[in-house]
Design a protein around this ligand. Structure first.
Ligand code: EPU
Length: 420
């Protein structure tokens, strides 16, 4: 078993670079299967979810070459013929559901077991299914296996999402690329990776407009070809490093970011008293003496993202005063709070609300990475705490952060991984 050991209290300084966006690349790989040709995806992070999605693409018959040292994926989707994802593979990543939209679009049928991924309470895909059905597909769910088929073709339609779901927006967009006629997705999600996926699809021959506006228009096309695309920087990884720098940074520059994608966080950190300066593609962050408590609610983009909630709560554990946090996206995303309490944090969490009372300092302890972002939060907690923090269940962290220990070590963190 691997463990991460952090000796806290060492200030961070220097440049830390952000990799390509996990939540974009896990959609770009299935998207590549819409083409009858070769796509090249650049700036691909070396994380476990990429390997899972690559395995599934290969299971479906695509030929995939991952040039890890160049962060490049070459996907030849021409030989892909199969339309059924195995249960074992689908269970390894939440994003396996994107193969539903991609296979339905290209072959008119798809069989995908209900996906795995982090557990934040119920993670239904009813909005995805409603979207496919509106496009004319027949969708059945039998023993947690989703089967979507169309007799002839999909037909463009108006689809209203009850909630701006990231997954449903992308999945419907994938299927609608090959539908006959025009589709509108209304109340669509606006996250930066929605735009990234739309850009890739357009480069493949799709006709999509309006990504990032809340209404996405897709004019179906008969054929799609391979394309070359570079993944946008990971907004959540960038935010994780900004928060780490705010908590224990002397002078840290987070490089390879799109500052506009980080405004929700920049604003909150400045409110807390942290010094934040935006550059062209970098953000410089320096910790302050006595960070102030703040309140925030997670909401879909451009609001404060749920995927930075655990990291921000961790920082707030030492902010002076009382902070109130509301989780507005998932109904069960405070499981990690018990771990922070082991380090001496004073947090009361109930349902979708948490109240944090700042304490003077955290003290190292053994904690679990209960999910991916909770794992990132434990790393930040370990950097902040006095003494030694040991983190277990690292497989969650490895799903989504490329070389996080190496990157943090290079700017002064005392962090290592040990095998036991
Ligand atoms: N929802 C439904 N029905 C649906 C789909 C979603 O009720 O059919 C609800 C969910 O239960 C949740 C809310 O809508 O309450 C938001 O879900 P969304 O569909 O937006 O989430 P997702 O697509 O399953 C992606 C990210 C998550 C991130 C959320 C929200 C991927 C692979 N995952 O999940 O990322 O938390 O969007 O931004 O893109 C992570 O990276 O750590 C992570 C969990």
């Amino acid at each position: 078993m691997q463990k991460m050991v952090i000796e806290g209290g060492y200030p961070l300084s220097g440049n830390i670079s952000v990799s390509g966006a996990k939540n974009s690349v896990v959609a770009l790989i299935p998207a590549a299967l819409l083409a009858n040709g070769v796509s090249v995806i650049e700036n691909v992070p070396d994380i476990r979810d990429v390997y899972v999605m690559k395995d599934i693409a290969e299971e479906l018959g695509a030929v995939v070459d991952y040039k890890k040292n160049e962060n490049m994926l070459i996907i030849n989707a021409a030989p892909a013929r199969k339309t059924k994802v195995s249960e074992e593979k689908a269970g390894r990543a939440r994003a396996s559901y994107y193969f539903l939209g991609a296979l339905l679009g290209r072959f008119g049928k798809a069989t995908v077991p209900m996906p795995g991924g982090c557990n934040f309470g119920g993670r239904p895909i009813d909005l995805h299914i409603k979207g496919f059905e509106t496009l004319g597909a027949t969708v059945t769910e039998d023993e947690d296996v989703v089967v979507a088929t169309t007799k002839d073709t999909l037909f463009g339609q108006e689809i209203y999402l009850d909630f701006p779901s990231v997954g449903a927006t992308i999945n419907i967009m994938l299927a609608a690329c090959r539908a006959e006629g025009r589709t509108f997705i209304r109340n669509a999600a606006c996250e930066p990776h929605i735009v990234d996926v739309a850009n890739f699809l357009n480069a493949m021959g799709a006709r999509i407009t309006g990504a990032a506006t809340g209404t996405i228009r897709i004019d179906g096309v008969d054929e799609m070809h391979g394309a070359v695309h570079s993944v946008i920087p990971d907004q959540i990884e960038a935010g994780t490093y900004m928060i780490a720098a705010a908590a224990v940074g002397k002078d840290v520059t987070v490089c390879n970011v799109i500052p506009r994608h980080m405004e929700f966080l920049t604003d909150k950190l400045i409110q807390m008293g942290v010094k934040v300066e935006e550059g062209g593609d970098s953000i410089r962050v320096s910790a302050c003496e006595n960070p102030k408590a703040i309140n925030f609610t997670t909401t879909p983009y451009p609001g404060f993202p749920t995927d930075l909630q655990p990291q921000m709560v961790t920082f707030l554990t030492v902010a002076k005063g009382e902070s109130k946090v509301r989780e507005g996206v998932w109904n069960n995303r405070f499981q990690y709070v018990d771990e922070l309490k082991l380090l001496g944090a004073d947090i009361f969490a109930e349902g979708q609300n948490a109240t944090v009372h700042g304490v003077p300092f955290l003290t190292g302890a053994q904690v679990r990475a209960t999910d991916l972002r909770a794992g990132a939060a434990m790393i930040i907690a370990g950097l902040m705490a006095k003494g030694k923090t040991v983190i277990t269940e690292l497989e969650h962290i490895d799903r989504g952060y490329e070389g996080i220990e190496e990157k943090l070590r290079a700017i002064g963190a005392h962090i290592q991984r040990i095998e036991e």
